[in-house]
Each structure stands twice: as C-alpha cells, then as structure tokens.
Ligand binder design. Structure first.
Ligand SMILES: Cc1cc2nc3c(=O)[nH]c(=O)nc-3n(C[C@H](O)[C@H](O)[C@H](O)COP(=O)(O)OP(=O)(O)OC[C@H]3O[C@@H](n4cnc5c(N)ncnc54)[C@H](O)[C@@H]3O)c2cc1C
Length: 401
C-alpha cells in the first residue's frame, strides 16, 4: 500500500496531512470499514432516515466485519489492551461521520460513551463481562445520564435515585434523549444513592422488570438514531452490576474528557461530509452555461468550508495526541467540541446554500448533514456549557449560575 496516496484519495479534505500519523494497518481497517458501510448501509440510508428507523443489524454488522474496536492489528505492541490509538479513533470518527452523522452518533453512544463508562467505572471482572461484548459488537450499550428536567444542569440536578435494599439496588426515575437505548442490551444508568447523595452507575439489563423505553418521536435531526425516554420504576440491579469506580460526578467528568472530544471528531466529520457533497455538486452542476464552482462567490464559500474542516482536523488531531500522552483535560475537550461544532454549523449551512434547491433533498446528501448538525451542536455539552467550562479555566471564575 502507498499509504499517503491512499489517504489523499480517502480524505482529500485533510489538506495538512494529519492522517499520515496513521499506520498502514490502521488505514486498512478504515478502508475495510468504508467498504462494509457502502455495501451494507448505503443502500438503505435514505429510507432509514426518512422512516426514522435504525438499521441496527446492518450498522453493527459493518462495525463487526471491519473489527473497528477489536482488530488485533490495532493492539500490536500496545500496552493498553482495551483501547486503540487516539489518532486512529480520530480518523475512525471522520470516516463514520462523513459517511453519516447518525451512524457516527450510534457508534459514539456505544463504543465511546458506553465503552468508556465501563472502562473507567468498571472493575477488571466488570470490564471482561461488559466491555468485551461492546468491542466485539455482540452486546450493544449506551449512556443514560440526562433527564427530562435536567440537561445542562445534570451535574447538580440528577434526580434518579438508587437505594440499597435487601442486598440489591432499586432504581427509580427517568432519563431522556438516551441514544440507542431502545435496542441496547445493557444500559449504564446514573443515579443518586439516597444513602450518601453520591452519583453511581448501574448496568441495567434489557427487559428488566420496571424498565420501559419509548423513542423520542418527530425529530428533525439524527433520525436514524433511536433516542430513548427511559422510565425506571423499582428496577432491581445486583450489587455486582454497580460499576465500582463511579462514586461521584467527578468520575463522570473523567468519562467526558474522552467522550467530549469524540463529539468534536463527529462535528469534524459532519463538516467534512457536507463539504465533500457540496464540492461534488458544484463541480458537476451548471448554471449560466458554466459550472457553479467556477463562480467567484461560490469558490469563496468552498474555501471557507475547506478552512473550517482543516481547522477542525487540527483541533481533533492535537487533542488526540494529548490524550495519548495522558495529559488531556476537560478544557481541551470542551474547547475542541466548542470550536468544531461552531465551524461545523457554519460549514453545513454554506454547503446547503451552494447546493441551492438540491440542498434540501436527501438525494444530494447535504440535507442530512445540515439537519444532523443541530443535534451535534447540542449534545455532549451545548455551546454555552462548553464556553462556561473554557471561561472558568481562562478566568478562574465559575459562571454557570
Ligand atoms: C440527539 C441527542 C442525543 C443525545 N444523546 C444523549 C445520550 O445518549 N445520553 C445522555 O445522557 N444524554 C443525551 N443527550 C442529552 C444532551 O446531553 C442534552 O440535550 C444537553 O446536555 C442539553 O440539555 P437540554 O437539551 O436539556 O437543554 P437545556 O439544558 O434545557 O438547555 C437549553 C438552552 O439553555 C442553555 N443554558 C442552560 N444552562 C445555561 C447556563 N448556565 N448559561 C447559559 N446558557 C445555558 C443551553 O446552552 C441551551 O442553549 C442527547 C441530546 C440530543 C439532542
């Protein structure tokens, strides 16, 4: 394989060549993933979006066939047996999100939020029990933190309760917006222990008595992902299924250091997907007997989109390096999410604009990126919440209240 040639063809938007840090084996896995997604998911993508249906088997089948989390090549010479290199993770998200933001989001609740919760919160036995199934795609997971009455203020406001009674935990409360919840095999649910007021995490099995999951209907964005409204009524969980290393919101924040930058990567990929689709259409379609892309006003928009995507890749790749070194902090993840989400929002709007009427049909791809961007802008900390985290670091003044 001529790695640099392959990468130039796979990711032409990566104009500064950050992807050159990938190994040939990592590139081969991403190539294979692309093949699997194009074969299994592309043919049903638009219908799934319009019908708000999750093609779970096809998506998990593509992930499993390419072995995106557990391919032995990802762990050659690596001490960490659970997680591949962060730079691979960055381009995995670019690959997924530029294909489709719903597919990337479905992955992030499973292989990002859910998986990191188990790795950070679980004992060795709990990791073997749950993380092994997640990485082989034999068990689907998600991440149930936010609630109908508590989104941005979840750290202080979390209202779902856990009570230890007769040797087991009893959970009561509601969760909202939980990606993948309806189909998940095990749901990490965060609840406040009534005995010590600390936030803890419980692995709730699909079909548990007292657990019900309804999909949030009529969404304008990420229509392929099912977002669950969960109700827990006296749901019982064994003590062995409480993740032992989550004992307060500080431990939840440790998960976010990793997962918030994953969403920065999704914003990067969404911007790239919209930009590529716009480039295709404007270099193909003619008006006034000339390619649309030949007009100066259109080229200015293409240049702005390219600059945005290049800046997003730079942010993502650098935070990935810091994570690999073990020095990344919440500030880095929040800044990257804030930056990439803002640049993504501008990029998808410009992409839709230069596609004209074709930009509002799913046929030209841009429309899906345009609507999905709105959800990505909101989840994993809104623009305002991430600004407040960055602001607190810059000034030493917490301004959340
Ligand atoms: C598609 C999607 C998928 C999601 N997936 C998951 C998931 O898998 N698991 C999960 O646990 N959660 C998930 N969420 C929830 C997500 O994390 C919340 O939507 C997000 O934290 C914002 O909360 P909220 O929607 O309740 O908005 P609110 O908190 O009601 O905020 C509304 C507005 O007020 C602003 N605001 C709030 N407080 C302040 C303040 N102090 N200063 C300035 N402005 C403020 C916000 O920035 C926002 O603009 C998902 C959400 C969406 C939309």
């Amino acid at each position: 394989m001529n790695k640099l040639e392959v990468l130039k063809e796979m990711y032409p938007e990566d104009v500064y060549g950050y992807s050159s840090a990938l190994t040939e084996k990592e590139v081969a896995i991403l190539q294979n993933l692309r093949h699997e997604l194009e074969t299994r998911v592309r043919p049903i993508l638009i219908d799934s979006y319009e019908n708000a249906e999750l093609p779970r088997e096809e998506i998990l089948g593509a992930f499993a066939a390419a072995r995106i989390m557990d391919h032995p090549d990802l762990f050659e010479g690596r001490e960490d047996k659970w997680k591949a290199r962060e730079i691979y993770n960055t381009f995995l998200y670019l690959e997924l999100a530029r294909f489709d933001p719903s597919v990337a989001t479905f992955y992030t609740v499973h292989g990002g939020l859910g998986y990191n919760t188990i790795l950070i919160g679980g004992s060795e036995e709990q990791k073997e029990k749950y993380a092994t199934k997640v990485r082989t795609m034999t068990g689907q997971t998600c991440f149930a933190l936010t609630e109908p009455d508590h989104g941005s203020d979840i750290a202080g406001g979390l209202a779902t309760t856990a009570e230890f009674k007769n040797g087991e935990w009893v959970l009561n409360g509601e969760k909202r917006w939980i990606g993948g919840a309806k189909t998940a095999d095990f749901i990490p649910v965060f609840a406040r222990d009534v005995a010590d007021n600390k936030i803890k995490c419980f692995m709730v099995a699909k079909g548990s008595e007292g657990l019900s999951v309804e999909n949030v209907e009529h969404k304008i964005a990420l229509r392929i992902v099912n977002n669950g409204h969960i109700t827990l009524k006296d749901v019982k969980v064994k003590d062995e299924d409480r993740l032992v290393n989550i004992n307060g919101f500080g431990d939840v924040a440790k998960i976010f250091v990793f997962t918030r930058v994953d969403v920065a990567h999704i914003a990067m990929g969404t911007a790239a997907g919209a930009f590529n689709a716009a480039l295709r259409l404007t270099t193909d379609r003619e008006q006034f007997e000339r390619k649309i892309a030949s007009f100066q006003l259109v080229q200015e928009k293409l240049a702005t989109m390219q600059a945005n995507v290049a800046a997003c890749i730079a942010y993502s790749a650098r935070v990935a390096e810091l994570q690999e070194e073990g020095t990344a902090k919440m500030f880095n993840s929040s800044l990257a999410k804030l930056h990439n989400a803002k640049r993504m929002r501008e990029t998808v709007a410009l992409a839709r604009e230069v596609c004209g009427g074709n930009g509002i049909t799913y046929e030209t791809e841009v429309a899906r990126f345009f609507t999905d961007a709105e959800a990505i802008y909101t989840y994993e900390g809104t623009h305002e919440v991430n600004s407040l985290i960055v602001g607190r670091e810059l000034t030493g003044i917490g301004a959340f209240l």
